[in-house]
Design a protein around this ligand. Structure first.
Ligand code: NZQ
Ligand code: ZN
Length: 389
């Protein structure tokens, strides 16, 4: 294991009915609340009413900011910053999925930055303060509810950028699995793919001896697969919703990479390139790219793919080469995602080879991507071409 420092200040309230804790959080953080949400799902499924009831009871002043897009946009972040300044907001409350939370994170740091908030998102400027942020999660996927990461798209530049800051951890997050029951099947599947991809990104590390982390990760993957397959055929099932919800948080709150080199993350960069150009759902893009990244890397070093194949997919050696076992594991992962109904090729979103060079370029929003295998432009091009078919 490598040396590490573990820090996660987000207070998690998990379980049915935990929305009642919102009142004490508002009492702690301040009564002028900016309520940030998306395209209206929270008004249809009752979450808006439940949140507003708590806010009314603790006599909060609520300023609403609806309309955060999936793949949230810089222009929306800027609207939120202006509102916070104009209305002297004390607490930002994000009610929604990863997009709403990510947008709220960028607003919370942008309020105290005099320049263009894009500087923070592109890591040219470092935030020094943030407004407190609370979240009420309605979609299990990103882990944004308990991490310090946010991903924002600048449509003028067709750039989707991830940034992080110690100031971007939510102060508290309320996770009621009942709030995710209305998530439609496709978004449920994208969420499952995304959280599995977060574990897989971290699983593809090169730290020599991290057996506890490896087994934690294998356990999260096995649990998500077991619950996920049942959930997609029984979307109202709270028991499975709860398992998936906490798995999504655990998959990306820093715990799984303690003592490792942090993993690879190139597939995420490639997916962000795809979303920046084609505005596709993050989980859908990952379902297509990730197995092709694995197949690309297995040609050089199949060791971790082999381990995954044997421990998670139950594949036996039977005298075969590491590469053959690795490829059988990759096939098993594809089949699992296919069985849920996830897309498996770029054509699903109408993407062909016309803009491949642009996609390669958009994947390199950082000077270097990939750690299990450092990507060259040729490697990314190869992965994208494999993803077409
Ligand atoms: O906008 P509303 O009306 O809320 O509808 C949303 C949206 O259309 C809907 N939805 C959410 N909760 C619902 C619901 N529909 C019915 N019932 C509910 N309870 O689902 C749609 C997708 O929502 P979105 O927030 O976009 O999904 P997700 O949570 O997957 O977030 C995706 C974004 O997060 C970024 C992605 O790149 C993408 O921009 N990521 C953020 C990360 C992080 N902060 O750590 C890491 C990830 O790897 C990822 O990159
Ligand atoms: Zn992701």
């Amino acid at each position: 294991m490598e040396s590490f420092m573990q820090y996660n200040p987000t207070k998690l309230w998990f379980g049915e009915g935990q929305i009642k804790q919102l009142q004490q959080e508002v009492d702690t953080h301040g009564k002028r609340v900016l309520l940030v949400y998306g395209g209206g799902s929270i008004k249809q499924n009752g979450v808006y009413d439940a949140v507003m009831k708590q806010l009314r009871e603790c006599e909060a002043t609520v300023i609403e900011m609806p309309g955060v897009e999936p793949n949230p946009r810089l222009t929306t972040v800027k609207k939120g910053i202006a509102l916070c300044r104009e209305m002297s907001i004390d607490l930002i409350l994000a009610v929604g999925g990863g997009s709403v939370i990510d947008c709220a994170k960028a607003i919370s740091v942008g309020v105290f930055y005099d320049g263009d908030v894009w500087d923070i998102i592109t890591r040219k400027a470092t935030p020094e303060r943030a407004l407190p942020l609370g979240t009420v999660l309605t979609l299990a996927a990103t882990g944004s509810e308990m991490n310090n990461i946010s991903v924002i798209t600048n449509w003028e530049k067709n750039e989707k950028r991830g940034w992080s800051s110690p100031f971007a951890y939510p102060a508290f997050s309320i996770l009621d699995p009942a709030y995710t029951v209305s998530v439609p099947r496709d978004q449920t599947v994208y969420g499952i793919v995304d959280m599995m991809s977060h574990v897989l990104e971290q699983y593809f590390h090169r730290t020599e001896h991290a057996p506890m982390m490896d087994r934690f990760m294998e356990s999260v993957l096995l649990t998500v697969m077991e619950a996920g397959v049942k959930l997609v055929d029984d979307l109202q099932n709270i028991k499975h919703r709860a398992t998936i919800m906490y798995a999504g948080t655990t998959a990306f709150n820093g715990m799984l990479s303690c003592g490792t080199d942090g993993g690879d993350w190139a597939s995420h960069q490639i997916e962000h390139g795809l979303s920046a150009v084609y505005d596709i759902p993050h989980g859908g893009g990952l379902a297509i790219v990730f197995p092709n990244w694995m197949a690309h890397c297995a040609e050089e070093d199949p060791s971790r793919m082999k381990k995954l194949a044997m421990t998670v997919f139950g594949i036996e050696e039977r005298g075969r080469s590491d590469y053959e076992i690795a490829m059988e594991g990759i096939q098993a992962l594809r089949q699992f995602w296919d069985s849920l109904g996830a897309p498996n090729r770029l054509g699903y979103y109408g993407i062909d080879d016309q803009r491949i060079e642009e996609l390669v370029h958009k994947s390199f929003m950082k000077p270097s991507i990939g750690q299990y295998k450092v990507m060259t432009r040729d490697s990314v091009r190869d992965i994208l071409i494999r993803s077409l078919a």
